[in-house]
Write a protein that binds this ligand. Structure first.
Ligand code: DX5
Ligand code: ZN
Length: 546
């Protein structure tokens, strides 16, 4: 299914959430990065996409409720509320300070608590295991009053040690609360250890099913899977639902990921600029299915998805704008049925304005048109249609085309810019090195004009050129031949991912060196840098640390 939510904008907002949360925690010198990061996509999808809410009218009667039962994820929760517009993002810097409205654990807003809370916080957390029971009260009351409000409750796997969770599980199914959705942040770490060692929770799916809940399992960092699950749940009647969201504690900052010591610890303040850079350096890999053998597209989508691709890049070629012909909207419509992975459609066609509706209807999540194929007025028409349909709009530019100034007028409505590094038309062409300077130049112009979207590199991206375009500013990598040009698609994607890691670590290391904390930085992520030591040229640094 198509996501209908401007996928790339949502992705960016969730990145902003992590950036804000870590700044707040570092400023406070305490707080919980682990859970803030494991639940970032869950809370982001709820607030930025799913829930009926009005940040400027937080008490709106028709709103959906979010109960943050695992309340130590507070920094992430406040960052979501700030990004949604409930408070100013600057307030995050007061986290955990005396007199702040952003306490270590959130306080439900009321007139009496107005100095310790703000409108939008529905539940006082801290003591674990209680939020689900409170949610049952709200959901039951709304149901009895014939109201349509839904209640979403975030619970933790450590929190699931509390007996009250299971009492609530019984009660919710007794009352047939189909307006209640629990989301389990299944990061498998609690306090200072792993849940399965401290108090085993598996088989968690069977447990909830035995309590007569509708159970859905997702990768809790894949926006599209969370959205898909939430909309399927809406159709379930007569029972409550739980989403088991498999997550990684500390996801987003590599040395914090999946390590119990980052459950509740602040990073040193001096690391913040590097951590922010890391969060902005995430590389997304988008295999282009036109490459390789002209075989079964379905199989190509499935295999790329299984290997952990982030998007599928769909090259639409009409034999007129470019010399060759590939496939059209009907193929995308068919592929949409087999996967929820974001579809990134690149339209290399004449007069895209006449065809855009077909691609909207086909279920694309991102649609990019060529600057050479439309006038500004046509682009605006296309842009409006895409935004109305909740699709991320993009613009692509060929190697020989000069960057047109009018684009700068519309940056707010552009989520992705493809800077071609081959002349479009065929997969497997040689990367044109001159496009690197052009990309760096365009990125500079865009940055000075406050562009918040993504740069996508397309054409001849492989293990070598990936790092070059990353350095020039690209964060989304289209890869045709590098993924499908040889039979082992899985290894090909793993290799690109590895090169992406090297590119990111190199950049962070440079920043650490400039900021005079090279060995300190290397020490903080020693374990994950050891396997990359040779490629990063840090063998001696590592030796010196030992
Ligand atoms: C070029 C297309 C590309 C390209 C990707 O017309 O837009 O997406 O074919 O394939 P590789 O990575 O093989 O250049
Ligand atoms: Zn393309």
């Amino acid at each position: 299914m198509a996501l209908k939510m401007r996928y790339l904008e949502l992705n960016r907002k969730i990145r902003d959430v992590r950036m804000l949360a870590i700044q707040g925690i570092a400023e406070a010198g305490s707080g919980h990065p682990g859970a803030s990061f494991s639940a970032a996509e869950i809370m982001g999808v709820l607030y930025f996409h799913k829930m009926k809410n009005r940040p400027t009218d937080p008490f709106w009667e028709e709103r959906d409720y979010f109960i943050n039962s695992k309340a130590h994820s507070a920094p992430g929760f406040y960052a979501v509320l700030a990004t949604a517009g409930y408070i100013d993002t600057k307030e995050i810097k007061t986290l955990r300070k005396l007199g702040s409205r952003l306490q270590g654990h959130p306080v439900r807003y009321s007139e009496r608590q107005k100095d310790h809370s703000f409108p939008g916080i529905e539940y006082s957390g801290g003591s674990e295991g209680i939020g689900l029971s409170v949610s049952i009260g709200i959901a039951l009351a709304k149901k009895r009053d014939g109201q349509k409000n839904r209640v979403y409750t975030l619970i933790g796997d450590g929190e699931s040690n509390e007996g009250q969770i299971w009492e609530a599980a019984m009660a919710a199914s007794k009352f047939r609360l189909d307006n209640l959705v629990a989301i389990l942040d299944r990061n498998k770490i609690q306090q200072d250890g792993f849940t399965e060692e401290i108090m085993p929770l598996d088989p968690v799916r069977d447990k909830w099913a035995a309590f007569n809940w509708n159970v859905v399992e997702v990768n809790g960092h894949k926006i599209e899977q969370i959205i898909d699950a939430l909309s399927r749940i809406e159709k379930v009647e007569d029972k409550p639902s739980i989403i088991i969201a498999n997550t990684t504690k500390g996801k987003g900052i590599k040395h914090m990921a999946n390590t119990p010591q980052w459950h509740g610890k602040a990073p040193p303040k001096k690391h913040v600029p590097i951590l922010l850079e890391e969060l902005q350096s995430e590389i997304l890999i988008a295999p282009s299915i036109i490459a390789g053998e002209p075989e079964n597209y379905e199989e190509k989508v499935r295999r790329a998805e299984r290997a952990g691709a982030d998007f599928i890049h769909l090259d639409i070629m009409d034999g007129k704008f470019v010399p060759s012909t590939s496939f059209f909207a009907d193929t995308i419509k068919h592929l949409r049925k087999i996967s929820s992975i974001p579809f990134d459609a690149h339209l290399m066609i004449e007069k895209p304005v006449n065809h855009i509706q077909e691609y909207i209807d086909a279920g694309c999540d991102i649609v990019t048109v060529h600057v050479e194929a439309c006038k500004e007025s046509e682009f605006l028409e296309i842009n409006k249609m895409l935004l109305n349909a909740g699709i991320s709009p993009g613009i692509a530019i060929n190697p020989a085309t000069q960057f047109p100034g009018w684009i700068l007028e519309h940056l707010e409505n552009i989520d992705i810019m493809i800077i071609m590094s081959v002349n479009p038309g065929f997969a497997g062409q040689k990367f044109i090195p001159e496009t690197l300077d052009k990309m760096a130049e365009i990125v500079k112009t865009l940055k000075s004009n406050n562009y918040k979207g993504f740069i996508e590199a397309d054409g001849g991206i492989d293990a070598t050129t990936l790092q070059q375009v990353f350095d020039a500013g690209a964060r989304i990598m289209v890869a045709g031949n590098a993924v499908y040009g040889s039979p082992d698609i899985n290894s090909n994607i793993i290799q690109l991912r590895h090169k992406a890691n090297v590119a990111i670590e190199t950049k962070l290391l440079e920043l650490a060196t400039i900021n005079d904390m090279r060995s300190d930085w290397i020490k903080s992520r020693k374990n994950l840098l050891i396997p990359l030591a040779k490629e990063l040229g840090i063998e001696e640094d590592l030796h010196a640390i030992k």
